[in-house]
Design a protein around this ligand. Structure first.
Ligand SMILES: [Zn+2]
Length: 414
């Protein structure tokens, strides 16, 4: 039974006094991060090695005793130590050649990634948690917490404070309760299409609120920067952004939980979000077609968070003993899921698929999802068959071998 780490996030019931304390602690730890970062960047510039955690922790003790930085004493020591550990980790990651995308750590701004983590001395009692130097704070308990508590991170989003409780759980990776397999395709008209014909509407949370947001943004630009009204408007916009994000996150979590409960194997297309959301403008010699339509498509793919959805699906399935499998097949949208005939002309419009060979008609996204399921299952079936020496279904075998060098496949006469 493997251990997994899981986090529960709850909104805290804070009052003025606690909020002020939390703000001060966040400020102090942000100050420490920026100070230690500045020292290390300076050392790197002068070709010295960076100060490691032990040395910085030693300096921290001295800073606390000094008059200038005595405000650091108000902050729980372990929170400050955690910040220094995070900084060391961030530097080490950026030096690590196997993580080419990691960059040197950057200075933290107020409200951006300046959460505080309590590694121990936290207690949870039904609907409240006790944090060092803060005492008991109630929280909106939306689900039961199981597992051993590893740490608690407190962060601010908009005007609200949240606690993220990380626990370690033993999971039973036994048999998944269901033996159903399903293919899933990111739809153009809907969020996701399933191979069983179900289509899930997206929330389009951003699109729906886009106009309102633009209006509020214009209002902000007409106000005097830094004035009371400007601050109020700014707060309003930030609240609005958080609402949009919450609606979307809620939608993705509910859907991924539901799918991971009901299916043991979920097939999806290999990820090409980067290509799909690449600019449609094209180059000067080869200007892109349908630029406007494509940018709309890009926006809705990004809006609906397909990438985040797949991430959630993968880990939720693995908790239950299921699996998310990627299918690499280029012609899912052009192949007929009924007879296997592949041609660009099968898809005259975005929404409808009509096979030119057998006349099969289906929603284009559902047809693609069916192909994904077939290709996924036969890919696995092929390997199983090789061992047992059984014959394969001829159609499935044909679909599982994508025609790499022929764009169009003639209809099969049998
Ligand atoms: Zn057909």
């Amino acid at each position: 039974m493997p251990n997994i780490r899981k986090a529960y996030k709850f909104r805290l019931k804070t009052n003025r006094e606690i909020e002020e304390k939390l703000t001060r602690i966040c400020g102090s730890s942000r100050f420490l991060w920026n100070k230690a970062l500045a020292i290390n960047l300076e050392r790197l510039k002068n070709r010295h090695s960076i100060l490691r955690y032990n040395e910085l922790a030693f300096w921290l003790v001295l800073w606390k005793q000094s008059e200038e930085y005595s405000f650091l004493k108000e902050c729980p020591s372990q929170v400050l130590q955690q910040k220094l550990m995070d900084l060391e980790r961030a530097f080490m990651d950026s030096f690590d050649k196997s993580q080419p995308l990691k960059r040197l750590p950057v200075f933290k701004k107020r409200g951006l990634g300046d959460g505080i983590r309590f590694p121990q001395c936290c207690e949870i009692d039904n609907r409240r948690i006790r944090l060092p130097k803060l005492g008991w704070i109630g929280f909106h308990k939306s689900c039961d917490i199981c597992g051993k508590i590893k740490n608690i991170t407190v962060s601010k989003k908009g005007s609200k404070w949240y606690a993220s409780i990380q626990v370690e759980q033993m999971v039973q990776t036994g048999k998944h309760p269901s033996d159903s397999e399903i293919g899933l395709d990111a739809g153009v008209k809907c969020f996701a299409a399933f191979s069983d014909g179900t289509m899930v509407e997206g929330v389009h949370s951003f699109k729906k609120h886009e106009k309102t947001l633009a209006r509020e943004q214009r209002k902000l630009s007409r106000k005097v920067k830094g004035s009371e009204n400007w601050k109020k408007q700014k707060e309003k916009i930030s609240r609005f952004h958080h609402t949009i994000a919450d609606v979307r996150s809620d939608f993705l979590h509910k859907l991924s939980t539901e799918i991971s409960k009901n299916h043991v194997k979920v097939y999806v297309e290999g990820l090409r979000i980067k290509n799909m959301s690449a600019s449609a403008t094209g180059t000067q010699e080869d200007p892109g077609k349908n630029v406007k339509a494509k940018s709309g498509l890009n926006k809705s793919i990004l809006d609906q968070g397909w990438y985040e959805f797949r991430r959630q699906l993968a880990y939720k399935l693995s908790w239950k003993g299921g699996i998310l499998a990627e299918v690499d097949y280029r012609y899912t949208s052009q192949t007929c899921s009924c007879c296997g005939y592949t041609a660009q002309d099968n898809r005259k419009s975005q929404a409808v698929f009509k096979c030119l060979a057998c006349g099969y008609e289906e929603n284009a996204d559902v047809n693609a999802a069916k192909n994904i399921l077939t290709v996924g299952q036969t890919g696995m079936a092929c390997q199983a068959n090789r061992k047992s020496g059984r014959q394969q279904n001829p159609f499935r075998a044909r679909v599982s071998k994508p025609a790499e060098n022929r764009k169009e496949v003639l209809p099969v006469t049998s």
